[in-house]
Write a protein that binds this ligand. Structure first.
Ligand code: BTN
Length: 262
């Protein structure tokens, strides 16, 4: 079993052209924060941490990042795409991670639009995409991924909603093998995305793996919440819904969050 070491990671990025640099931190506040604060010092890079002291999730949430239990990494990317389409990279990364998990562990995971990987209704992985623009052009995009790998248990408040590969498979899994499988899955998808600027090449997989397509859901938008039916994820990565009054709408990644109505 190959371990997550600086040497193995250097070897991994030697065989590809997307990431110019790779850096493994023993401990850091957040790999996403590091990538953003140090973006001018790198062209493209892959930042990985054994532990994060201030891991961040979507919508201002905390991402619990205990030492050597999880895979915590951020990709600093400089895609030549329009800022409006950059958030779709979250779903490109979700497909890549779902495929990587399948390759390493054989588990068939689901994707909860737009950024969670789920197994048996519990969260295995979350993705946080952040971007800087100078108005019309992207300066950089940071795609941060947190995967629960070897956690044996979770704090009380997460017990019902989170799981890890270790809990599901009853064995330790190599974080290196997971990131290797992820990078190998991500790069070809990313290259296709740069050409197409939409998700047409993975939209079937996104719909098939979706936890909410075809389901009744609650949509949370700022202080509002309403019931709807999720109909499809379209090629722009939007979630198409019909609300309880029959109105159709398209939800974009951003301030919206959705939950399955049980
Ligand atoms: C979410 O589910 O809300 C997104 C979680 C994203 C967590 C990852 S861990 C690596 C990177 N650094 C961070 O601070 N967050 C992301």
């Amino acid at each position: 079993m190959k371990n997550l070491t600086a040497e193995n990671l250097k070897h991994l990025i030697k065989n590809q052209s997307l990431f110019k640099q790779v850096k493994l931190f023993d401990t850091i506040n957040s790999t996403n924060s590091y990538a953003k604060q140090n973006a001018t010092s790198y062209q493209t890079a892959l930042f990985i941490a054994n532990e994060q002291t201030a891991g961040r999730g979507r919508l201002g949430r905390v991402w619990s990042s205990s030492k050597e239990d999880g895979l915590y990494f951020s990709m600093l990317l400089r895609p030549t795409i329009k800022p409006e389409v950059a958030s779709m990279l979250t779903q490109v990364a979700a497909v890549a991670m779902s495929r990587a998990i399948k390759e390493v562990s054989s588990l068939e995971t689901q994707i909860k639009w737009p950024n969670d990987i789920i197994y048996n209704n519990k969260k295995l992985c979350g993705i946080l995409t952040e971007m800087a623009t100078d108005g019309k052009e992207i300066q950089y995009v940071v795609v941060g991924v947190g995967l629960n790998v070897n956690q044996a248990t979770f704090d009380e408040e997460l017990l019902d909603i989170a799981t890890s590969l270790n809990i599901l498979l009853n064995k330790k899994i190599s974080r290196y093998e997971l990131i290797e499988a992820f990078i190998n899955a991500f790069i070809p998808l990313y290259e296709k995305f740069l050409i197409q600027s939409d998700l047409s090449f993975v939209v079937d997989e996104l719909n098939k793996k979706s936890t909410i397509v075809g389901q009744d859901i609650i949509v949370f938008h700022q202080d509002n919440r309403y019931h709807a039916k999720a109909t499809i994820i379209n090629e722009l990565g939007e979630l198409e819904i019909i609300d309880e009054f029959g109105n159709e709408d398209k939800l974009c990644y951003g301030e919206v969050s959705v939950r399955k109505l049980r």
